[in-house]
Design a protein around this ligand. Structure first.
Ligand code: FAD
Ligand code: NAD
Length: 473
């Protein structure tokens, strides 16, 4: 008989979301088990956000340095020092070790269990360890599902046999393949193309549709495409990989798309994500394994009786963003702690308010900063919309003072009935830090007439708001 351990809360998945919610719950005095079958920190820390942004940073700084008179003359190399770039990346991902994270959680009284977890009925979790033996947990108050996603790899003749890279390979690469084929024109695809081209690879990018970043404003997508082309990336739209082969082990890969055949050193797949809920035992509580887990605004699962099962982060399909998983952690901890104390929650109490307010930064060059809805999303949602687009430096030449070769674009999407922002997009160099002002305006529904009084300091990129907010004369 496997041993059954008692906890207040069992969390399945120790990625961004799980690693944030566990200490919040422990700080509420709850006895917490955190179950993770790989490394505490999950996809974002080791194989996604953190390594990719660490690889992008030197590329960005290098390009900026090359653009600034007085600095560019001192930069003798034509690309960053790859060994130093990889060394910094290794440091950021803790050399693929979670020892320090596990020690910190133990210190906080959290039991970290390295095992595969699955539901086996109401409040029951079965653990399978690497050596095959099993244990079970009983959770008095709650089970939280936060198992994230894995890369989707389409079934294409020969592809599996060439062992294509995914984010789990590119993030930890120890050499830069001289020639790469990146498949997929979404966020991952454009960031990967930026990394590989910036580190010296000859990149071909295959895009199934007729645009990059299909959820973004079309001008933003076009600016990213133009910039990738300037870096030498060959973009093919409206085409799909139809076959791949690597005739010699460790040799070159032949990739076929449309009527073209090219030779590369690696194929890198950026063709979306699959949710990690297969084999999670959802069927033991009346849900379907393999689906996103539907939740209400308390992040409690829909379709399961009682108030004991929660899901958060990527597992819910509400967004696939690390900061949203972190935000969900705050909501879930508050809700579980309140209910554990016997408090009844009203429908509007302690709820997640992430719908339609999402901020995201796409770390290309230029960076794409997005908050809330694009114009087409707002129209599809039935809003009467007005927009304020502007191109820079044309709309405000003073911005060009501080940035050499300053080229940017921005657009506000405004609800014509309430004069508040439904969304905003900013595209430009190092624009990531602009996001919070726009998020605040969207979430707080600040009228445009009030935003006009939020004065941007000179000279700063914040002045990009001025032409967007100026009264039409
Ligand atoms: C290349 C790439 C770059 C990205 N960059 C960014 C970025 O810059 N900014 C951003 O906001 N987002 C980014 N994302 C998205 C971000 O990685 C995810 O939104 C984030 O990781 C979600 O966190 P999570 O905790 O929900 O899931 P995950 O981080 O995926 O964590 C889930 C954890 O659960 C574990 N697990 C799964 N099943 C089980 C099981 N049955 N038992 C035990 N453990 C299990 C997994 O091993 C994993 O550690 C990026 C994604 C990719 C692919
Ligand atoms: N900076 C960031 O915040 C950041 C960075 C990376 C990823 N993410 C998040 O991770 C999530 C996943 O991103 P993603 O890029 O993997 O998914 P995605 O859905 O954005 O893009 C996948 C792309 O692959 C294409 N595709 C799918 N199958 C294909 C096939 N067989 N052949 C060719 N193309 C195919 C799709 O048309 C789509 O354009 C996103 O929600 C994103 O927000 C965020």
């Amino acid at each position: 008989m496997p041993e059954t351990k008692e906890f207040d809360v069992a969390i399945i998945g120790g990625g961004t979301g799980g690693a944030h919610v566990a200490p919040y719950l422990a700080a509420e005095g709850l006895k917490v088990a955190l179950v993770e079958d790989r490394l505490i920190g999950g996809e974002c820390h080791y194989w996604a956000c953190n390594p990719t942004k660490t690889l992008l940073r030197p590329i960005e700084v290098f390009a900026l340095a090359k653009a600034v008179p007085g600095v560019r003359e001192t930069v003798k190399s034509d690309q960053p020092d790859i060994a130093a770039v990889f060394a910094k990346r290794d440091e950021i991902i803790n050399h693929l070790s979670d020892d320090a994270a596990v020690a910190a959680f133990k210190q906080a009284g959290i039991e970290v269990i390295h095992a595969h977890g699955r539901l086996s009925g109401e409040r029951q979790v079965t653990l399978t360890y690497a050596d095959g033996h099993e244990d079970s947990l009983h959770a008095r108050h709650a089970v939280v599902l936060v198992t994230g996603t894995r890369p989707a790899i389409p079934d294409i003749p020969g592809l599996a046999s060439v062992q294509p890279w995914t984010n789990r390979d590119l993030s930890v690469m120890t050499h830069v393949p001289p020639r790469t084929l990146v498949v997929g024109g979404g966020v991952v695809g454009v960031e990967f193309a930026t990394i590989l081209a910036g580190l010296g690879s000859d990149v071909t990018l295959l895009v199934r549709g007729n645009t990059l970043l299909h959820n973004s404003e079309p001008v933003a997508a076009e600016m990213v495409a133009e910039s990738l082309r300037r870096k030498g990336v060959k973009i093919h739209f409206g085409t799909q990989l139809s076959a791949a082969s690597r005739p010699v082990v460790d040799g070159a890969v032949t990739a076929t798309f449309g009527d073209q055949r090219i030779e590369v050193d690696e194929i890198v797949m950026a063709t979306g994500r699959l949710v990690n809920t297969g084999g999670l035992g959802l069927d033991t509580v009346g849900l379907r394994d393999g689906d996103f887990v539907q939740v209400d605004n308390h992040l409690q699962t829909i379709g399961v009786d009682g108030d004991w099962l929660y899901a958060m982060g990527d597992t819910t399909g509400r967004a696939m963003l690390s900061h949203i998983s972190q935000y969900h952690a705050v909501i879930v901890a508050d809700v579980i702690a309140a209910r554990a104390r016997g408090r009844e929650l009203g429908n509007d109490e302690l709820i997640a308010r992430d719908a339609s307010n999402l901020p995201q930064v796409i770390f290309t060059d230029p960076q794409v900063v997005e908050v809330g809805r694009t114009e087409s999303q707002a129209c599809a949602d039935g809003f009467a919309v007005t927009t304020r687009p502007a191109r820079f430096p044309e709309a405000d030449h003073t911005l060009a003072l501080q940035r050499d070769g300053f080229d940017a674009w921005a657009k506000l999407v405004i609800d014509a009935d309430t004069d508040t922002l439904l969304g905003a997009t900013f595209v430009g160099p190092q624009f990531a830090e602009l996001v919070q002002a726009a998020t605040l305006a969207v979430v707080a529904k600040v009228p445009v007439d009030v935003l006009r009084h939020v004065v941007a300091p000179h000279p700063s990129v914040n002045q990009i708001w001025n032409p967007l907010l100026a009264r039409e004369r």
